[in-house]
Design a protein around this ligand. Structure first.
Ligand SMILES: [Zn+2]
Length: 74
């Protein structure tokens, strides 16, 4: 059996839980910035009415949902 003092046990628990919170925070920050970059890449502003929208079609040219003007997503 391993003998561990209560101080060491509490210290180990605090360090482990702090490391887990730090890892979750870093992962969440990375995930959020990744999704924002994808949204930024897929959104464009219409050249006619300046409405900002996402291209949900597989085509590189999508019509503006407000005025119907073709918008180039390349
Ligand atoms: Zn438009």
């Amino acid at each position: 059996m391993i003998r561990v003092s209560i101080t060491s046990l509490v210290l180990l628990l605090v360090c482990t839980s702090s490391g887990l919170v730090l890892l979750l925070w870093l992962f969440g920050d990375w995930w959020r910035s990744r999704n924002e970059a994808i949204l930024r890449r897929q959104s464009k502003q219409c050249p006619l009415c300046f409405f900002e929208f996402l291209n949900t079609t597989p085509d590189s040219i999508a019509p503006c949902p407000r005025c119907g003007a073709p918008t180039d997503f390349r």
